[in-house]
Design a protein around this ligand. Structure first.
Ligand code: SAH
Ligand code: AVI
Length: 338
């Protein structure tokens, strides 16, 4: 398995995902031994998974990326020139395609000095940083390979104010416990003037039928299916399982009760998959493994999650059809200066 050469701001000599393969093996086995089989969505992102996600963002059916981009283009010049962030720390940065809108605004405002893209997909992150440096010669681009579901080793002494961005509604891929845990850890790092810039996909509404959401995860060209199945290839390469991706089918649907898309890989026929430690996992015909949740939000849910995490909504804007929202969060209460 590939891995980063160290922790902290300097890095990387790797070609795939960051991490520890023994921990990954234990985690995957635990998920597949649970009464309802599941695999963490963070394992989708080796280089191919990251590239497939990029392809998804260009699909006609996948509205979140272009809607978020429209909101960033409309609001970042104003927000950035007013609040003058010096540093941008971006969680799950990927190709940083939309991040450039924030970075451009920081450069135009003359406030920006530092960009810290954080991602688990280490080779992809390295490419992103390599492309960004000549584009932004006045910024320090300091990539950080890290799994944000674990305690984060963000660089100390970031210039003030710093913004932490989490775009693309990637927060929706975390369950409730993981979400509050992450938000609390971010909150603990934030100072009074720092801000949390969050992009969230919204749930169904008067102008947003459930079908629009479901289509985004069931595109005609089958790119989302390839992205979903790629997680099995990642497991084969990185922990040495013998999944046959041709013997699973992608299934994604909106679950009203939890307000989220749930994505499964469904076993075609009965099969047994081997693990390098000799374990075997059996799949019944039609048995489903959950590989991703993509939660959809409304204002009340974000208010609640922020309140549980010591944050509060400073600004909320959404597109006119109510598809997507950009949220600016800040530390809640008075005694928040570190
Ligand atoms: N922010 C980009 C990319 C979103 S795709 C956008 O809005 O288009 C989700 C990104 O989060 C991927 O680059 C993936 O590698 C990263 N990611 C997913 N789980 C992660 C985790 N646990 N830790 C760090 N990065 C993660
Ligand atoms: C990265 N994340 C927010 C995407 C989502 O919409 O949940 C991943 C994705 N999965 C299928 N399509 C896109």
């Amino acid at each position: 398995m590939t891995r980063s050469t160290g922790r902290g701001a300097g890095l990387v000599e790797a070609t795939g995902r960051a991490g520890d393969d023994q921990a990954m093996l234990r985690d995957v086995l635990a998920g597949l031994r649970a009464p309802r089989k599941q695999i963490s969505s963070k394992y989708h992102y080796d280089e191919r998974g990251s590239a497939l996600f990029e392809e998804i963002t260009r699909l006609e059916e996948y509205y979140p990326t272009r809607t978020e981009r429209g909101l960033l283009e409309r609001w970042m010049p104003d927000w950035v020139s007013e609040l003058r962030p010096a540093a941008l720390v971006e969680l799950g940065a990927g190709s940083a395609e939309k991040s450039r809108i924030v970075l451009d605004a920081m450069v135009a405002a003359g406030s920006g000095t530092t960009y810290v893209p954080v991602d688990v997909s280490d080779a992809f992150l390295r490419d992103t940083a390599r492309q960004l440096r000549p584009e932004y010669p006045t910024l320090d681009v300091v990539p950080l390979v890290a799994d944000i579901s674990e305690p984060l080793d963000l660089p100390e002494g970031l210039p003030q104010p710093s913004w932490i961005a989490f775009l693309g509604s990637t927060l929706g891929n975390f369950d409730k416990v993981g979400t509050v845990d992450l938000l609390r850890r971010l909150r603990a790092r934030m100072r009074t003037d720092d801000r949390f810039l969050l992009g969230v996909d919204l749930g169904p509404g008067p102008h947003k039928p459930v079908e629009v959401i479901e289509r985004a995860y069931n595109d005609e060209a089958g790119v989302t299916e390839r992205f979903s199945l790629n997680v099995l290839s990642v497991l084969n390469h990185e922990i040495g399982t013998d999944f046959d991706p041709d013997r699973f089918r992608h299934r994604s649907f909106y679950d009203e009760e939890h307000g989220r898309i749930e994505t499964y890989l469904v076993s075609v026929g009965e099969q047994t998959v081997g693990f390098p430690d000799g374990s075997e996992i059996r799949f019944a015909d039609g048995e489903a493994v959950r590989t991703e949740i993509s939660s959809k939000y409304d204002r009340a849910t974000v208010d609640e999650l922020f309140a549980e995490s010591g944050l509060t909504v400073d600004r909320w804007i959404q597109d006119e059809l109510g598809y997507y929202a950009l949220v600016l969060g800040k530390v809640a209460g008075e005694s928040t200066t570190r």
